[in-house]
Design a protein around this ligand. Structure first.
Ligand code: ADP
Ligand code: MG
Length: 542
């Protein structure tokens, strides 16, 4: 009677959880993560202080950062961190919402499982519901275009609402909108936004309000020689991948030099090679040089004498950016440079920020590229501004690419929830219960927003349901006022954020619901935690 009995051989020490035990554990772990994120959602969300194993501290409200830093161990919980990551990569916003919704979908599934609804049916029901919700989402979205400045600023502000940059949101939103509009491009008729064209440079010091938008690039560092020009107009730009130096003559290696005349001739030879190189550069017409590697003192001196501005140890990514923007080609050997290798820029100038010297390259013919120079009193502030701006830039870019936005603050969630409840009746059977559970789960979004604002969650939900039933599609939780009202001018999000939240949360929750067997390899033993002498056992300190 062995036929049909699965035989699975597991290595000694392997842990295994099966059936409902496995399921319960997965749901418990995933919900624990989702719950821990809840208090951070929305304009009244709190921050988390994260301390890593080296004692470094980050205070943030950014979902992706929180989940990345939590160093989650449980495999199911790790999947939730993945939802956040996918969300962050896809649209740079909505990370916490996607995690919270995933947790709530699992919570509702748990209740159905307790009522003996089979997980497979729940999975089916959830998928049907998600499809239907996505359709409805498209239907309730409204258009946005590059000239809708006020709406774009709203979108940027919505994405930054819970960040620790409160009082500066208006300024930062304006920067984000200007930056994105500057670099928006088209492929065919489709608007495209390439994040790479917005460079962000951070400099601690000054005030957040000194954060500025520069139409062009910033390269760290400045001319390698003090006699080099600080400003070059109508610049002809050369980019070198190789060092600008002659190979050092090694006096004590293969060649033995006995006479001082020979030493002289070697040095002259070196000098001659440098001259040849610099002459080639000058002959090409280059007035500014960016080198990925070093520039030795001799070469620097000759370049300075020729009136050429030269920077060394320029990052590869900056060289590539400059190549695109100025039309220059990366050249391997400096002596090979030709006029056709050069790029152009209206101005290249040195700029001092605090104690740092930076170089600004503006008026590039090819790329529509901009740089945001972030300032702020402390590194914590600069980092939070960076994260907030990154979200705002991505969100505005996404909105312009999609050309469609929806109302946040729980408005879209309630609208979808109600639509699904009406629809559920037509599904019938036990799957109907799953569609209804999905509808219930969506309400976690307004409920959490209200909860974090200290509002009465039950009354808020009743009011929201009533308004939406009456056709007020934009009614949401006005967190800052503590009321329920029309939010279409206060909380606006690109449709992609909500689309990805629905997809990500559905995919992850259904994937976890399908698991009925968790097989974990034996963990390698933890490293010893240091000497424990007699009388130093843990209990005594407890
Ligand atoms: P996430 O990581 O999911 O983006 P946030 O903390 O940024 O989390 O909160 C986003 C939620 O806050 C969204 O549901 C959004 O619609 C909502 N929201 C944004 N601005 C407001 C506002 N002024 N009033 C109420 N809700 C808002
Ligand atoms: Mg957000």
């Amino acid at each position: 009677m062995l036929a049909g009995t699965p035989v699975i051989l597991l290595r000694e020490g392997t842990e295994r959880a099966q059936g409902s035990e496995a399921q319960n554990e997965i749901i418990r772990a995933a919900r624990a993560i989702a719950d821990s994120v809840r208090s951070t959602l929305g304009p009244r969300g709190r921050d988390k202080m994260l301390v890593d194993s080296l004692g470094d501290v980050v205070i943030t409200n950014d979902g992706a950062t929180i989940l990345k830093q939590m160093e989650i161990e449980h495999p199911a919980a790790k999947m939730l961190a993945e939802v956040a990551k996918a969300q962050d990569q896809e649209c740079g916003d909505g990370t916490k919402t996607s995690v919270i919704l995933t947790g709530e979908l699992l919570h509702r599934a748990e209740e159905l499982i307790a009522e003996k609804v089979h997980p497979t049916l729940i999975v089916r029901g959830y998928q049907i519901a998600a499809e239907r919700a996505l359709e409805r989402l498209e239907a309730i979205a409204r258009p946005v275009g590059p000239s809708d400045l006020e709406l774009l600023r709203r979108i940027a502000m919505t994405s930054m609402i819970s960040k620790g940059v409160g009082g500066y949101r208006v300024e930062l939103a304006d920067l984000a909108v200007r930056a994105v509009r500057e670099v928006m491009d088209t492929r065919g008729t489709r608007p495209v936004f390439d994040r790479k064209n917005v460079q962000v440079v951070r400099r601690q010091g000054g005030d957040i309000r000194d954060t500025e938008l520069i139409e062009g690039h910033i390269v760290e560092g400045a001319g390698v020689h003090s006699a080099m020009p600080k400003l070059v107009e109508s610049a002809k730009i050369a980019l070198f991948e190789a060092p600008l130096e002659v190979k050092k003559t090694e006096f004590n290696a293969e060649i033995r030099i006995t006479e001082s005349a020979q030493v002289e001739s070697f040095l002259r030879e070196e000098e001659r090679m440098v001259q040849t190189m610099v002459e080639a550069i000058v002959r090409s017409g280059a007035t500014v040089v960016f080198a990925e590697k070093g520039i030795d003192d001799l070469a620097a001196e000759h370049l300075a004498r020729a009136g050429v501005l030269a920077l060394r140890r320029v990052k590869r990514s900056d060289l590539e950016l400059l190549a695109r923007a100025t039309g220059a080609r990366l050249v391997a050997r400096p002596v090979d440079i030709e006029p056709t290798d050069l790029g152009a820029a209206a101005r290249v100038e040195e700029r001092k920020i605090g104690d740092d010297r930076l170089t600004l390259i503006t008026g590039c013919p090819h790329a529509k590229a901009v740089t945001i120079l972030i300032r702020g009193g402390t590194t914590h502030v600069v980092e939070e501004v960076d994260r907030s701006l990154a979200d705002a830039i991505m969100t505005v870019g996404t909105a312009l690419e999609d050309g469609r936005v929806v109302t946040g603050a729980g408005a879209a969630a309630v609208e979808l929830s109600q639509h699904l409840r009406d629809f559920a009746a037509s599904v019938g059977g036990r799957e109907q219960m799953a569609v209804e559970a999905f509808a219930d789960a969506l309400e976690i979004i307004p409920v959490t927003l209200a909860e974090n604002a200290g509002m009465d969650t039950i009354n808020t939900l009743i009011e929201l349901r009533r308004l939406h039933k009456g056709g007020a599609m934009q009614a949401g939780v006005n967190v800052l006022e503590g009321t329920v009202s029309n939010m279409d001018e206060i909380a606006v999000e690109p449709i992609r954020v909500d689309r990805q939240i629905l997809r990500g949360a559905t995919e992850t929750s259904t994937m976890l619901l399908r698991i009925d067997d968790v097989i974990s390899a034996k963990r390698s033993p933890a490293p010893p935690t240091g000497p424990k002498g007699p009388g130093m056992s843990g209990e005594e300190f407890a």
